[in-house]
Design a protein around this ligand. Structure first.
Ligand SMILES: NC(=O)c1ccc[n+]([C@@H]2O[C@H](COP(=O)([O-])OP(=O)(O)OC[C@H]3O[C@@H](n4cnc5c(N)ncnc54)[C@H](O)[C@@H]3O)[C@@H](O)[C@H]2O)c1
Length: 381
């Protein structure tokens, strides 16, 4: 029997040039905007000129606990009543977390999963408007914000359906300036976020549709967007792939690639998209090999084969893995050794990844030894 719950942003606005609507959309929700931007707030300053009484808050990188705490204090001091995240996933997550904490008492750790007390948010977050400038994370339509605890050496989430954006404003033109390395890592993250929910045991008919469409668009446009950053059609496909992946993962979960990537990101500080990109082939190949050996009739194997057709034009598992290998090579993805992961770390990372919430949607639970083998394969690639 088909039975599911589906939750997403209250409104999705998509299209080239639509970022010009930001001022009027923000005015619907408040009069004292707090705007999280990337480290260079000048990059999209033209979008903010119409916003009156706005405070701009540059976010230097993937947010830490202290970054979020400082943002909460600044937003409260400003009297913020609407939160805007204008940047990559790091900026959107920082804004989403600050919006959640501003009206709530206590410290971030009171609410975090895994390293915190996991308390539910008592007060509704500030209205949050998400404007992505990379095509990767889908954070504009997910209900969690990811934060790094350098002290614990992990990345964890604060998650609540009330944290979903009021408006996801997705304008592919904003991604035209992404350099090839960012296009590669964020694009492979977006692709993975369509592949992992597609083979997940939590997939449902809605998420299936999103994944199929996202994979088809990544297949025809990821390499193009990387080779020619000014190709608006390719950028539009990748912005949609990212959005569709976010819609899918928030409702059907992720798998071993993201489980391992989260732990490696927390341990090394390596960018999230790069961690996903470097693990995509070995983690997918390991999951497929376990299914083929233990449960050859498992429906996920047919889905991997269908993904092969969506990406490469040829159905089957070999076309899938072949296309992924070629793409990772063409996009110049570094090895996990280059990210700072040492062979001595493999077992510890694998052990932690078995417990990560991101791993829950893998079609088969991989053991710590199997995950450690994935890391060894990634190091040898
Ligand atoms: N909440 C979620 O659902 C979710 C899902 C996946 C990942 N994440 C989080 O998102 C973060 C990664 O996001 P990301 O991959 O977008 O990377 P990012 O936000 O760290 O951005 C990567 C780099 O690209 C630059 N950049 C961003 N937009 C640009 C543009 N238009 N032109 C030129 N440069 C630009 C940034 O300044 C940065 O240097 C991680 O913290 C990860 O944990 C969150």
């Amino acid at each position: 029997m088909t039975s599911f719950t589906f939750a997403t942003a209250h409104r999705i606005v998509f299209g080239a040039g639509r970022a010009a609507d930001l001022t009027s959309i923000a005015a619907e929700f408040g009069s004292r905007p707090f705007v999280c931007t990337g480290a260079d707030p000048g990059r999209f300053a033209h979008l903010l000129t119409g916003l009156r009484d706005a405070r701009t808050w540059p976010v230097a990188g993937e947010p830490t606990l202290d970054d979020v705490r400082a943002g909460v204090a600044a937003a409260r001091a400003h009297g913020a009543d609407v939160m805007i995240g204008l940047g990559g996933g790091a900026v959107m997550d920082a804004a989403k977390l600050i919006a959640a904490l501003v009206p709530n008492d206590g410290d971030l750790l009171d609410y975090l999963e895994v390293i915190g007390a996991g308390r539910p948010l008592a007060a509704t977050p500030l209205p949050f408007l998400a404007v992505p400038t990379t095509a990767g994370t889908g954070s504009e339509v997910t209900s969690n914000g990811v934060v790094t605890s350098p002290e614990h050496g992990v990345k964890v989430s604060l998650r609540a359906s009330s944290m979903l954006a009021r408006v996801a404003l997705v304008d592919p033109e904003l991604t035209l300036g992404c350099p090839p390395a960012v296009t590669a890592s964020s694009g492979l993250d977006a692709l993975t976020q369509c592949l992992e929910p597609y083979v997940s045991p939590f997939a449902n008919p809605l998420t299936d549709g999103f994944c199929v469409e996202g994979l088809r668009r990544a297949g025809r446009s990821l390499r193009r967007a990387h080779a020619a950053g000014d190709d608006l059609d390719a950028r539009t496909d990748m912005a949609l792939c990212s959005l569709l992946g976010g819609l899918a993962l928030a409702n059907a979960k992720l798998g071993a690639v993201h489980g391992l990537a989260g732990v490696i990101g927390g341990l090394t500080g390596a960018p999230h998209g790069v961690c996903c990109a470097t693990l995509l082939v070995p983690a997918s190949a390991a999951t497929i090999a376990v299914l083929q050996a233990d449960d050859p009739a498992h429906p996920a194997l047919q889905r991997y084969a269908a993904a092969g057709e969506l990406l490469s034009g040829s159905a089957g598992i070999e076309p899938l893995l072949g296309w992924l290998r070629e793409t990772v090579h063409e996009l110049g993805v570094p090895s996990i050794a280059e990210l700072g992961v040492r062979p001595d770390d493999h077992d510890r990372i694998a052990e932690q990844a078995t417990k990560a919430s991101s791993t829950k949607g893998n079609p088969v639970a991989l053991s710590a030894q199997q995950l450690s083998d994935v890391l060894a394969a990634a190091a040898a690639a």
